[in-house]
Design a protein around this ligand. Structure first.
Ligand code: HMG
Ligand code: MG
Length: 303
């Protein structure tokens, strides 16, 4: 067992979290949340999406969110940009990092972005070309890496092949999405190993939704095998509007508590994160979905 000394957490709550909440926060409220997360020590905070506001109204006004953020040399605020139009809008708003997204399932891609896997890659090619010229970093997401809400089981070889294509196109990092929280630890480990045979492990990130309570166990299994970049969502918010019934990502507070317990560095101040989690849930009018926000930080209570 070779656990990493440090894990880079990509906080996706302001995007993956808020995109699937019934209550819509204003760009100002979303920017405040991101500022709080930066204050809590995160260095990568997904700030929103340049997608159709008709399809994902919660992400409308992402340009206003970006414009309100304090530039910090060590903090990156990536945004989703599924096509050249989205990329250009993101750049005009000052984005310096973007993410493209596709899926290892044809049906899910049709529901999510209205095109086939092959067409999605064609759309990404000009985005990656422009990003290279602009020195903008690009992450590539693969949804349905451990199962699809429409097609069922997904062969890890399909995920690996797609990861190889995204890597060849120029994506600096590939995030492996268990969109519907279908996977379990040994399945997650098998999928990761299959992908890592095609794309170097240090280029891979874990993006596991917690629909069935498996996300932390899946993350832990993959950390033991060399993964060191993990996506998570403050207060366990969100899900994907095009994956029926899918819950939010692994809750960041729970992830940080688990990593701290293993002596793994994250750079995150758990108390500040918990305060931000409680505040955003109040704004959304929901109960926090993380266990930490409900139970409190046992360690800070002097134990
Ligand atoms: P399209 O190819 O134009 O096709 O858009 P469409 O028919 O779906 O387009 C719908 C509308 O979007 C049209 O406008 C376009 O003009 C417009 P309308 O005629 O309805 O007024 N449009 C745009 N608007 C703003 N920005 C753009 C843009 N491009 C076209 N860049 C598109 C394709 C992907 C934009 C569209 O299908 C869409 O917005 N889909 C929503 C995708 C989305 O945000 N999904 C959730 C995020 S992905 C996710 O959660 C998974 C992830 O977390 C990983 C995991 O968990 O697995 C990343
Ligand atoms: Mg997601």
């Amino acid at each position: 067992m070779a656990l990493p000394a440090k894990v880079r957490i990509v906080e996706v709550g302001p995007r993956d979290g808020l995109q699937n909440e019934a209550a819509r926060l204003t760009p100002e409220q979303r920017a405040e949340l991101i500022e709080e997360l930066a204050e809590a020590g995160f260095t990568e905070i997904e700030a929103g999406s340049f997608v159709s506001p008709r399809r994902v109204p919660q992400m409308a006004g992402t340009e206003q969110v970006l414009q309100r953020l304090t530039p910090r040399p060590r903090v990156s605020y990536p945004v989703l940009a599924p096509n050249l139009r989205g990329y250009e809008a993101a750049r005009a708003a000052g984005a310096r990092a973007v993410a493209v997204f596709t899926a290892a399932s044809e049906s899910f891609n049709q529901h999510n972005i209205g095109c086939s896997i092959a067409e999605s890659l064609e759309r990404f090619a000009p985005v990656l070309k422009a990003a290279q010229a602009d020195a903008v970093s690009v992450r590539g997401y693969i949804s349905c890496a451990l199962g699809c809400p429409y097609e069922g089981a997904v062969n890890p070889n399909r995920v690996a092949e797609l990861a190889g294509r995204l890597h060849a196109l120029g994506c600096q990092e590939i995030s492996l999405g268990d969109t519907i929280g279908a996977g379990t630890p040994l399945e997650a480990r098998r999928m990761l190993a299959t992908v890592a045979a095609r794309v170097p492990m240090e280029k891979l990130a874990l993006h596991f939704h917690d629909t069935r309570g498996q996300a932390l166990a899946n993350i832990w299994a993959c950390l033991e095998d060399g993964a060191a970049v993990v996506d998570s969502s403050i207060a366990g918010l969100g899900g994907c509007p095009f994956a029926p019934g899918a819950a939010g990502n692994a809750a960041t507070e729970d992830l940080v508590y688990m990593l701290q317990g293993a002596g793994i560095e994250t750079g995150v101040d758990l108390e500040k994160l918990l305060a931000a989690a409680r505040r955003v849930c109040k704004l959304l009018g929901i109960m926090p979905r993380s266990r930490m926000a409900l139970a409190g930080n046992w360690r800070s209570a002097g134990h």
